[in-house]
Design a protein around this ligand. Sequence first.
Ligand SMILES: Nc1nc2c(c(=O)[nH]1)N[C@H]1C(S)=C(S)[C@@H](COP(=O)(O)OP(=O)(O)OC[C@H]3O[C@@H](n4cnc5c(=O)[nH]c(N)nc54)[C@H](O)[C@@H]3O)O[C@H]1N2
Ligand SMILES: Nc1nc2c(c(=O)[nH]1)N[C@H]1C(S)=C(S)[C@@H](COP(=O)(O)OP(=O)(O)OC[C@H]3O[C@@H](n4cnc5c(=O)[nH]c(N)nc54)[C@H](O)[C@@H]3O)O[C@H]1N2
Ligand code: SF4
Ligand SMILES: [Mo]
Length: 873
Amino acid sequence: MTDEIRTTCAYCGVGCGILAKADGQGGVTLRGDPDHPANQGRLCSKGFALGETLSLDDRLLAPRINGIESDWDSALALVAERFSQTIATHGPDSVAFYVSGQLLTEDYYVANKLMKGFIGSANIDTNSRLCMASTVAGHKRAFGADTVPGTYEDLELADLVVLTGSNLAWCHPVLYQRIAAAKEARPDMRVVVIDPRRTATCDLADLHLALEPGSDVALFNRLLAAIHAGGAVNREYLRHVSGFDDSLRVALAEDGAATGLPPDQIDEFCQLWLGTEKVVTVFSQGVNQSSSGTDKVNAIINCHLATGRIGKPGMGPFSVTGQPNAMGGREVGGLANSLACHLDLENPDHRERLRDFWNAPAIPAQAGLKAVDLFDRVRSGHIKALWIVCTNPAATMPDANIVQEAIAGCDFTVVSDLTARTDTARLADVLLPATGWGEKDGTVTNSDRTISRQRAIMRAPGQARHDWDIMAEVGRRMGWTEAFDYSSPAQIFDEHARLSAIAAAEGRDFDISGLTGLGRDGYDALPPTRWPITAQGQQARFFADGGFFTDNGQARMIPVSARPPVAQTDAAFPFRLNTGRIRDQWHTMTRTGKSPRLNQHLGEPFLEIHPDDAAQLGIPPAGLVEVSSPAGRCILRALVTDRVRCGHVFAPMHWSGQSAPTGRIDALVSSIVDPVSGQPESKAAAVAIAPHDTAWFGFAISTTEFRPDCTYWARCCVAKGWRSELAGTREAQDWETYARALFSLPDARCQSISDPATGTARLAFLDGDTLLAALFVSRNPVSLSRDHIAAQLGSTGTAPLSGRPGRDASDPGPVVCACLNVGMNTIREAIASGQACSVARVGDCTGAGTNCGSCRPEIAVLLGQVRQMEAAE
Ligand SMILES: Nc1nc2c(c(=O)[nH]1)N[C@H]1C(S)=C(S)[C@@H](COP(=O)(O)OP(=O)(O)OC[C@H]3O[C@@H](n4cnc5c(=O)[nH]c(N)nc54)[C@H](O)[C@@H]3O)O[C@H]1N2
Ligand SMILES: Nc1nc2c(c(=O)[nH]1)N[C@H]1C(S)=C(S)[C@@H](COP(=O)(O)OP(=O)(O)OC[C@H]3O[C@@H](n4cnc5c(=O)[nH]c(N)nc54)[C@H](O)[C@@H]3O)O[C@H]1N2
Ligand code: SF4
Ligand SMILES: [Mo]
């Protein structure tokens, strides 16, 4: 055992501090860092399970060229040569990088320097284009720079927190817990959720506005009009603001009908907002991922500027970032239309300062290709060499099928990842093994501008190398030895800090000049530090007294009008498809998918659909549905629920070709983008829905990995093996033969019960008395206690064919609390027994919700359900 090492979580933009200890056998134990300002000791289910994601079984441990294991020298020589050759023949704009908000700042800085400073093209874009681009554009329009004005403390100091297009309970769980704790301490605090769906976050809401998708501008324009009518305009603050009259005029023309909300609900919201000085408006992907995303951001900021409620304790617009280093990526200028340290690509002085500092041949004067255009140009053959680092665009870009084809067809594709098992990595010509969380060293910046260190806890496995090191070496091999002569992340960080002093002298907001000259020791010891930080000290908030980063120092209110989503629903595609996240998975599951605990929460891709729609379409609960759009087609499990409204459906984004080939949701989403930010409209596709006809449904478990090949399957790992849902269009003639092939178990002992007349079959395969695998088949969705059966894998003396625990054993039901493994039935029983009458009491009785707390909203729903049932009895 080593000592505890202070590091930062690998996942979301909250940026929680972690104390981690390697156990010397490849494992890690960890806890929340009580001294980190973001989480003060808390962690959510994902952070808590990080230790379960570090096994090497699926790791890429050596470079591969055309699928064949190679060595670094050959791989890097090939990458440098192909990029150099392509540039020499077709010019710098014939190559591109597509990188990620999950890179560390130092990795990101080197990638950006290589492309914009030395290759001489701005064709580097990042998955932040799918994530934060509308916020960046909105901030720049309003503030003159991409500045987040407030801090996390503001969420606790506010008397009103408005959550717009943010499912904070699942996506930023520790911030949600902080707000929940503040509200408990100060019951007068109010929370409003603005989301077309009733999400877990609504559990905390005093008011939930289920607005029409895409209509946020209409709502915030009504708010601006009400601010004016109610005398809440802050005339004093307007000295610092331009564009008030025009913005108000446009807002007054809005009647709010586009929101689909009853006028009295809009009024209630406006009165609450007007009457509460300390208000924070939090926004996230429900705002950004829209064809009017930038306008939504400005509609929100307009209201804060008009009232002067910005940059003061408990007040301000607050964009919560998704990825762990979304902010760091923006700081190093990772987007195709920005430069390092928040310098502007369009500004010739800024370009010159940067060129001088880097001693670079040239800085491109033209913005590079934004993600959607970039892959379009890959597809058309204009981009001939592409390097994808730390992201999985073949699964997460809109028009994912087309993007997949484009990457496959590119002359030369390099992918740097932890694993070869992604929809993108399998298309690479050269695959480079990168180090991951726990192995790498560097910094990340969280949503409230706090820079924290990620520190290595264990050694790099196999031949894996750090991303900054791989890219710097390619830079050197392309001929720029001096510019990429880095030997540590500390050195890169120092260069970035020195550049920020130059940027600050140009009047930019990003200034970490106070962190120059730290040296390796100082860098290693760096505690969480919020920027800006100069030699004179730190500053918590921006803009309380103006000081915007525009030419005249004034903020700009932007007149904006509501526009509906671009994809029209019509007779052919009558449903509006919303997409997003679930509590326990991270994006394409390459890491969270390795944790059996996290897989227990929701193990399959699903479609939330309203009961009336399901009834009308003849979709039974847990049946399969076929979802199609002009872009593609998916098959998903129906989750019939009134959390979504009629005509609206919701599906998670997490499943890929590796985990559920028909669940790749971005196959359905077309490449429609916001005209200002270029961010795709990922939340408003128009789709058709029909029941998916299948001859049989199946559920399978095995101690060894298996890959089904039926029309529908979704699989994940469990504690002692793998489990999978299956469905097919033709029943097998002999299920035993089918199962033996599926599990590669030609000789194992088989127990079975089958009834050809009803189409049911249950088969278990054993080695002696030990359960190796089992298959359950039925003509209807298979009903059995899945967690119970999966738990029997590898055990002796089991009775798997019953499908349920025996009479003497209880069935805990599907897992609700992933940390402490508490099932739904256990919680229901505790509530029904009268012992647990509150979320806290459920925790006392069962343990559920007492660790990370991410499941507390779900426990509250169970409480409500049991009470409703009791009331009905
Ligand atoms: N568990 C988990 N947490 C994560 C991630 C993860 O993969 N898993 N990813 C991280 C990343 S990168 C990101 S970007 C964040 C995203 O965090 P969030 O933005 O909170 O997550 P989403 O689920 O994408 O979308 C948020 C909500 O927007 C709503 N919405 C859809 N359309 C509209 C609309 O027109 N208006 C409004 N007001 N709301 C709308 C959706 O119903 C959804 O509930 O999460 C981060 N945290
Ligand atoms: N329909 C729909 N689509 C969406 C969204 C949505 O809400 N709806 N959300 C969008 C948003 S906000 C985001 S942020 C994107 C996320 O989408 P992606 O970034 O494409 O998804 P990830 O699964 O996070 O991919 C990260 C990859 O990097 C690898 N990796 C992890 N750590 C490292 C490392 O240190 N180095 C290297 N080289 N590789 C590493 C992982 O194994 C994984 O393959 O998806 C977007 N797509
Ligand atoms: S809230 Fe959860 S996922 Fe986000 S940083 Fe904290 S522990 Fe990690
Ligand atoms: Mo994101």
